[in-house]
Design a protein around this ligand. Structure first.
Ligand SMILES: Cc1ncc(COP(=O)(O)O)c(C=O)c1O
Length: 390
């Protein structure tokens, strides 16, 4: 039985999969069981930001796997301490809570926002405002936070206390932000929603409104963080800092990890015993993540992401001039979206046939999130394939 048949027979059928089983990854290349090579423009959905099996990350994992893999958070370990210190040093935050995934990091943020007020005796302040078209995860709380009805079907009743407002609409936010709201939670650039950046003015207004009302501001940077948008965290480009930020995906380049970062003030919402996770921040995952942070936070590396992202969008804008069926090209850094007035599935399938992995979201948006080590020549080759498909 092949891996394809075995998977389709024994694994829950919650994912629509493509092609044959992958057996190896090297940089921007994925190789399947037939030896066919693909250029990866998705990076496991913005996870392998340093490319597949990056030698430094592999070395860090190997080294740590020989030393110590897990001890539980009842004890101290150096990799977790070093990663927390590095994240604090490179961000607005003062403290970090580690989880295993993005949804869990967001769960932690939701719980922290509620407990921040409840621990001060303010039990009425529990609502969280999130954005329409947002995506925050698949657990019950993060699904409740998510602003897309389609993926909530069949799971009612969801968690109480979430209000969804249109993205980039400050008046809509003002209308619902009252003294029952503990937090506003948003992605600076909506990923699953179709690669939609926040307007800079809007984000500044959201921050100001949160300041005026002493409401916590949570940025979900699970997809946009770790250099994906050309800065270590996307919000740096907006000059706006949150009180709480969540990370996951690319944080350890493929080893599962999530993190919730917060200011000292916001972090006071949790005390001993108020939250926990068996696997959160294991020595193995944090050793890998520390290596990732050290590589990605390098300014030359980030400048390269900005330059390649700009180049990529310029090539797609040229394509748009030629093909009126391209509606829009958008994004930041190497998180790039191209909206088309055609079914995205056609492009995804045909790029795959020609050896390129891309992804379709919201039916009509092509998402490109290649490893940040992608080269211009590879961008040119993909653009030529896209050109041939119109
Ligand atoms: C913005 C955002 N938040 C949260 C999540 C959920 O992360 P995970 O799948 O690791 O639970 C995702 C995943 O795509 C995401 O893009």
């Amino acid at each position: 039985m092949t891996s394809t048949i075995k998977t389709d027979t024994f694994v829950f059928q919650t994912y629509l999969r493509q092609g044959k089983a992958f057996v190896r990854g090297e940089g921007t290349t994925l190789i399947d069981e037939d030896g066919t090579e693909f250029t990866d423009f998705l990076a496991g959905i913005s996870v392998c930001n340093l490319g597949h099996c990056h030698p430094d990350i592999t070395r860090a994992i190997e080294r740590q796997a020989r030393r110590l893999v897990h001890v539980s958070n009842l004890f101290y370990t150096a990799p977790q301490a070093d990663l927390a210190a590095a994240l604090v040093e490179k961000s607005f935050a003062d403290r970090v809570f580690f989880s295993n995934s993005g949804a869990e990091a967001n769960e932690a943020a939701i719980k922290l926002a509620r407990r921040y007020f409840q621990s001060k005796g303010n039990k009425n302040r529990y609502k969280i405002i999130t954005m329409k078209q947002s995506f925050h995860g698949r657990t019950m709380a993060t699904l409740s936070a998510t602003g897309q009805d389609k993926i909530k079907e069949g799971f009612a009743p969801l968690l109480d206390g979430f209000i969804h407002v249109p993205f980039n609409d400050i008046d809509a936010l003002k209308k619902v932000l009252d003294d029952t709201v503990c937090a506003v939670m948003m992605e600076p650039i909506q990923g699953e929603g179709g690669i939609i950046p926040a307007d800079p003015e809007y984000l500044a207004q959201v921050r100001a409104l949160c300041n005026e009302t002493a409401t916590l501001l949570i940025f979900d940077e699970i997809q946009t963080g770790m250099g994906r948008c050309g800065t270590l965290f996307a919000h740096e480009q907006y000059g706006v800092t949150p009180d709480i930020m969540t990370l996951a995906k690319a944080l350890a380049n493929g080893i599962p990890i999530g993190a919730m970062l917060a200011t000292q003030d916001a972090a006071a919402g949790f005390d001993f015993g108020s939250h926990g996770s068996t696997f959160g921040g294991t020595p193995l995952a944090t050793a890998a993540a520390l290596e990732v942070v050290n590589i990605i936070a390098d300014q030359n590396f980030l400048d390269g992401v900005v330059e390649k992202g700009k180049y990529f969008r310029e090539q797609l804008i040229e394509l748009k001039k030629k093909h009126p069926r391209i509606v829009d090209v958008r994004g930041r850094g190497l998180l790039v979206g191209m909206e088309i007035d055609k079914d995205a599935g056609f492009f995804v399938a045909n790029c795959f046939k020609k050896g390129f992995i891309i992804n379709g979201i919201q039916d009509k948006v092509l998402r490109f999130a290649p490893p940040l080590i992608i080269e211009k020549i590879q961008i040119d080759k993909l653009v030529a394939v896209l050109d041939s498909l119109f």
